[in-house]
Design a protein around this ligand. Sequence first.
Ligand SMILES: [Zn+2]
Ligand SMILES: [Zn+2]
Length: 281
Amino acid sequence: MLQYLQDIAWQLGFLAVLTAVFTALAFLSRGREALRWPKSLRQSAVTNFLLLQFSSLNGALYLVLIAPLSLAYTELGLPVLQAEVWQDQPIWLKALVALLVYDFGIYWVHRFLHTSWLWPSHAVHLSDPELHFLSWSRGHFTEQLVIAAALVFTTSWLGFGLEEIAGLALIKGLHQYYVHSKLDWDHGIFREVLVSPQFHRWHHANVPEAYDKNFASIFPFYDRLFGTWYNPGSAINVPTGIEDNPPNDFVTQTLYPFRAWARMLKAYRAQLQRKARGRVA
Ligand SMILES: [Zn+2]
Ligand SMILES: [Zn+2]
């Protein structure tokens, strides 16, 4: 119990530092308007914090799933790079290749999450009407299980152990907090090289022209390559969220995918029955 309380205190301290950093950056780039914290933002932050606690609890489930997925990769006889390829290579090159391959995997897993049956698990992440740095924590546990597939693809294909790329998780995590923050930066001449807050805000935008765009998590050139790039400029005032946004609370968000899947199954069954009746008639 004491350990748990210490963890919570540590997390709150870390989030307080991030809040101070992102608020200062937003103030420097947008002035006093950046200091306005509407009630709905506070509600979003609470929901995101609770979802973060819940996903931390099922982190064990995520790790448990990685072993059978890795085994399936080997059993299916999918290609693995030989260890000699990496002999005498510098650590930065291994890290760069790992990030490139991981983001390629994430790009396609993310596109898959935007298809009808997986959409409900991903919609929770996109449902934040007040996108801010902690919105990264708004992820449903069913979505995390799908994302594990991208990690397994990366480590299995490259022949890396999870522990070898663990350090990258910290850098990736900080970058994800940054791209969800309320900054309108687009990285100028590097806009195609590294995902910016503006680029990712368009992914969260609740406007039809931005739907199903900007899937990359680190390298935006994957979106260029596969025809899903979208960044017409400032995104700071576009509404974020999804169509038919569910109420912004922890319980509704946690139940959301299961309710959506139940509705979809019901509609699918009704469609089958109509077809069967049509055949009889
Ligand atoms: Zn998405
Ligand atoms: Zn996001």
